[in-house]
Design a protein around this ligand. Structure first.
Ligand code: SF4
Ligand code: SF4
Length: 440
């Protein structure tokens, strides 16, 4: 049988992006609409075509050749965050991500020379700079210099950053203030006390450049919990950036670099601390179909989110008091894609002195969604403002989120609209408690 998956376009995918989707997946949707109120874009716009039921219907009609893929139809699909909140809400078990992701990949690949249609920002920054740590560090060096000189902070306070046009301005505005991040993680860090597990850490690209301090915190927390930590060299980006840009082959190459870098027989788990990378890697077995398939499925089965791993291991309680009021934001790729919801809350509730408050609409996307905030800035800003209002209502002085994109998106929104509120990764806070230190 010919393989109709989108990274191997054939005649039918070139005619119709829906040909990349198993038609049975559409049939699972009974059009009940119970997912609609969970959809961020429907909640903001109130248009059925900007909700999951409407989008499923549109994709199905296009797939069946009953509807042209017009710019209007495409706009409704493009506006989807792929946050998968609808999957959590759906009582029929519809795997929305398995519909929209291949549909989008096939749309990108269905025309000859699809890469040419990508704009320069995607071609240069998203595909050739972001996924590579050294290149990204170099590209950000001038901005980091301006931040250290205080120019950046002043420009941000005066609103001047918003004058930088387009996605370059969006991107620069997202950058958090620099923090002490430490050197590259060594290849091995031993367990503290009795060894309970041996794990490999995944570093990623943007996460290692902007949140290396969280990698160090993760390694220390793992050590405190009796884990030998290995950090394989040669690992790279998880492939999510390429995947979100519609470059399925590029994403597959990234996945295969990681397959070669990690020795699965040597470790009990591959630990990931950012939700987007974790979700991508847990789904390595779903996106392609070639000779590496079995190896990808085996790799994916070893991937664990850091909160999930600690929760399963039985965490060692930290003892340092942190007197603060915090709220936990559910990153979409953790709560909806990986179904990891309670483990982070259970871990945070172990911190003595910490008051963990409910964040209204915690599971509604903040607007980050991979590269969505660069591609769809208007909707991303609306969702960020919505998140800020919910943080304000919670009364929290600290927001915790386990994903690089959320930390950047909520961080920027809070700097603009709710100064004084700290945004950090849950594992950073847990690490402070283990070390008996206070948030800075
Ligand atoms: S995706 Fe699920 S909840 Fe939404 S309309 Fe279809 S069956 Fe109903
Ligand atoms: S993935 Fe998110 S934005 Fe897209 S239809 Fe589902 S709930 Fe709405």
């Amino acid at each position: 049988m010919p393989d109709s998956r989108p990274d191997q376009p054939n005649e039918s995918t070139e005619r119709n992006p829906g040909a990349a989707i198993d038609a049975a997946l559409f049939q699972q949707c009974v059009h009940c609409g119970l997912c609609t109120s969970a959809c961020p874009t429907y909640t903001e716009l109130g248009d059925e075509n900007d909700g999951p039921r409407g989008r499923i219907y549109l994709m199905q009609l296009v797939s069946e050749g009953r509807l042209e893929l017009t710019p209007t139809v495409r706009r409704h699909i493009d506006l989807c965050l792929d946050c998968r909140s609808c999957e959590t809400a759906c009582p029929s078990g519809v795997k929305y991500g398995r519909l929209v992701e291949p549909f989008r990949l096939a749309v990108e690949q269905s025309d000859d020379g699809w890469l040419k249609r990508l704009d320069w920002f995607r071609q240069v920054f998203l595909l050739r700079v972001f996924p590579y740590r050294k290149r990204l560090r170099t590209a950000l060096a001038p901005v980091r210099f301006a931040q250290r000189m205080g120019i950046f902070g002043t420009a941000e306070r005066l609103g001047l950053l918003r004058l930088i046009p387009g996605r370059i301005g969006q991107m620069i505005g997202l950058l958090p203030p620099p923090v002490k991040s430490g050197p590259r993680l060594p290849e091995f860090l031993p367990a503290v006390g009795r060894r309970r597990a041996r794990v490999a850490m995944f570093l990623g690209c943007v996460a290692d450049v902007l949140f290396r301090h969280t990698h160090w915190a993760t390694a220390r927390v793992l050590q405190q919990n009796g884990c030998d930590v290995v950090v394989p060299g040669g690992q790279g980006c998880c492939g999510a950036i390429h995947f979100h840009c519609g470059d399925g082959d590029g994403a597959r190459r990234m996945a295969d670099v990681n397959l070669a870098a990690f020795d699965l027989d040597d470790v009990d788990a591959i630990v990931v601390n950012h939700a987007g990378c974790g979700a991508m890697m847990k789904e390595y077995g779903l996106h392609w179909n070639d000779a590496q398939q079995a190896a990808r499925e085996r790799f994916a089965a070893k991937v664990k989110d850091i909160h999930q791993l600690l929760d399963e291991l039985g965490p060692v309680p930290p003892s340092g008091r942190i007197e603060a009021v915090a709220a936990y934001h559910d990153a979409c790729h953790l709560t909806h894609a990986q179904k990891v919801r309670e483990a982070p809350r259970r871990l945070l509730s172990m911190i003595p002195g910490l008051e963990l408050r409910d964040l209204p609409e915690s599971e509604i996307c903040c607007g980050s969604a991979g590269t969505y905030n660069l591609d769809q800035p208007a909707m991303a800003d609306r969702l960020a403002r919505r998140k800020v209002e919910n943080i304000r209502r919670s009364g929290a002085q600290m927001v915790l989120a386990a994903n690089a994109g959320c930390l950047l998106q909520i961080g920027r929104a809070v700097r603009r609209h709710l100064p004084g509120v700290t945004v950090m990764h849950p594992i950073d806070l847990l690490d402070l408690s283990y070390r008996n230190e206070q948030p800075g």
